[in-house]
Design a protein around this ligand. Structure first.
Ligand code: ZN
Length: 145
């Protein structure tokens, strides 16, 4: 059974709490058939069924700039040392540990203007779900600040 990783669930819950009226049309987590034909973070891990990528619609039901501000918040959280975030893509830019989370041009086919994409890093234990130490569960359920 496929499911979104804990960190993804946590982030989505926080965003839902902050923007209850947001548009969810471009939301997504599990890959469609087009995704599964190629390598994508939206494809479930074959062993655990865990998906480690989340898409959030850029229309937060607020001012248009709000999506940029939210992505900026997530980027800063990662830069400050939250180890759960692997990279973020939004508005033709990618942000990752490369160049210390600086916004760099994203050259993929989809520039991600209608949604932003977050790929999470799964704790090692996540990849072996039979033994998840409790402190990891705690860690992944910690709010993103
Ligand atoms: Zn995506």
């Amino acid at each position: 059974m496929a499911k979104l990783c804990k960190a993804g669930q946590q982030l989505r819950e926080q965003i839902d709490d902050d923007y209850p009226e947001r548009d969810r049309t471009s939301d997504g987590w599990i890959g469609d058939t087009r995704h599964s034909a190629r390598k994508s973070d939206h494809n479930p891990d074959p062993k655990s069924g865990i998906v480690r990528a989340l898409d959030i619609d850029a229309d937060l039901g607020a001012h248009r700039e709000e999506a940029y501000a939210l992505v900026e918040k997530i980027r800063k959280c990662a830069k400050r040392g939250d180890k759960r975030i692997k990279y973020i893509i939004f508005g033709g830019k990618i942000m990752s540990p490369i160049l210390n989370w600086k916004r760099r041009p994203y050259k993929g086919i989809n520039p991600h203007r209608h949604h932003f994409h977050v790929t999470f890093i799964l704790p090692l234990s996540y990849r072996h779900p039979t033994h998840i130490p409790p402190h990891h569960l705690y860690h992944i359920a910690t709010p993103f600040k």
